[in-house]
Design a protein around this ligand. Structure first.
Ligand code: AKG
Length: 411
């Protein structure tokens, strides 16, 4: 039966999509409607929207899926099948020791933000170097500014990696857009799980369809915060209506265990370098850390940037819309992610929204300039900086925009 509320929701979604197409912003009622319809239909609303999106955001002509996850051409159908049926896939190939060493060094030496917790944490919101805090952490979680991550050539390579992109595109069924890039430490700071550190079961609902890649950069055993997932809960009808009725909330283990068998609870332990892909529309959490710590790098690819009004969200708009098909290989687009901020106060940048490329519509022919060109961004009252940089890898000129006002954002 169609209810008045459903008509209202779909109207909000329709007008929200229109507004997003014109302004790049989604009105909050459209986001609320997306979540409500997800809960109401058990996820079928998202499936329907994804089928529509696949009609016009058709797939890129990507190079063969050979990369950090191995040569995946033969395995790809099985991987997508495992993502469709179970909601996750753990790749047999791990990242190389060298790559893990370099990413770990960034995690230890680059400043990260101590996340606010339910308790009063005096260090919350401050940028700290984790190496100095490792033996005595000052908070439950340390998040890296996205600008730091984007500045790292290894992260840039991962964002462009054909095996990662191949999996994302095959699962999404339409072109993948990198819209979340995050890395964080989980610590044993607290003696109980934290909502702020995503240590209670929940589903994500920030997009229509997406795939997250979790990359462990430290060894993860059952005590230092393995990621955990309820197999199959990402499917339509995979979360019971009685749970969805509660809305977009955090759930206790006891609550969740009433609805699933023990075999459905998957705890992902693994050596550093382990990579898992997961549809976090299903129920998941990070297990409470009781010993040691965990460093995770996370990439997310989505089929649409709709619903990007969530303040903590960052959109990387990848690959650039004028870049299709990727005839000369994905590496051509590396400049979009290179290089990062060089001035120390850039670390305060609170979000990188669009990583530009030569010829992006907002500035069709960027000129080489030194310094920063301050300008307003899409009517926002925040100040956006738009430096022109040169890619360290290929020397091409490109454009990077980020906001320098306000408190740094965390995810
Ligand atoms: O820390 C974790 O493993 C959970 C992270 C999480 O909830 C998320 O990325 O959506």
């Amino acid at each position: 039966m169609i209810r008045l509320r459903d008509i209202y929701d779909w109207t909000c979604l329709g007008t929200g999509a229109g507004t997003h197409a014109m302004t790049g912003k989604t009105p909050p009622p459209a986001y609320q409607a997306l979540v409500r319809q997800f809960c109401q239909t058990g996820g079928r609303s998202n499936d329907f929207l994804s089928r529509c999106i696949a009609q016009f955001r058709t797939k890129y002509a990507l190079p063969p899926p050979n990369g950090v996850l191995g040569p995946l051409a033969d395995e790809l159908p099985g991987i997508v099948d495992s993502l469709n049926t179970r909601g996750y896939h753990v790749f047999s190939r791990t990242l190389s020791e060298d790559l893990c060493d370099r990413l770990l060094a960034m995690g230890l030496d680059q400043p990260s933000l101590v996340r606010e917790d339910e308790r009063d944490v005096s260090a919350a919101g401050s940028l700290r170097v984790y190496r100095e805090d490792r033996s005595s952490p000052k908070g439950i979680r340390y998040d890296f500014p996205v600008a730091t991550l984007l500045a790292n050539p290894d992260v840039q390579e991962l964002l462009c990696d054909p095996s990662i992109l191949g999996v994302a595109q095959s699962y999404l069924g339409s072109l993948p857009m990198a819209d979340v890039l995050t890395m964080w430490w989980n610590t044993a700071y607290s003696d109980r799980p934290s909502e702020a550190a995503a240590q209670f079961y929940h589903f994500d609902m920030d997009r229509i369809k997406w795939l997250k890649f979790f990359i462990y950069l430290t060894d993860v055993d059952t005590n230092n915060g393995p990621h955990t997932f309820i197999a199959g809960s990402h499917k339509s009808g995979g979360i019971p209506p009685s749970v969805l009725k509660k809305g977009y909330v955090r759930l206790t283990d006891e609550e969740v265990s009433k609805h699933y068998s023990p075999a459905d609870f998957i705890e992902f332990t693994g050596k550093r370098g382990t990579v898992l892909a997961e549809d976090t529309r299903g129920l998941h959490k990070g297990k409470h850390v009781t010993q040691g710590d965990r460093l995770v790098l996370q990439l997310q690819f989505s089929n649409s940037l709709l619903v990007d009004t969530i303040p903590r969200q960052r959109s990387l708009n990848f690959p650039p819309p004028n870049a299709r098909p990727l005839s000369n290989g994905i590496r051509k687009y590396l400049p979009r992610f290179c290089p990062g901020p060089e001035r120390s106060d850039d670390r305060q940048a609170n979000a990188v929204f669009l990583v530009g490329y030569p010829g992006r519509p907002a500035n069709p022919s960027p000129q080489p300039i030194s310094g920063f060109a301050n300008r307003r961004h899409s009517g926002s009252d925040r100040r956006w900086q738009s430096p022109i940089r040169h890619c360290r890898v290929c020397g091409q000129q490109f454009h990077l925009e980020y906001c320098t006002r306000g408190k740094p954002e965390t995810r």
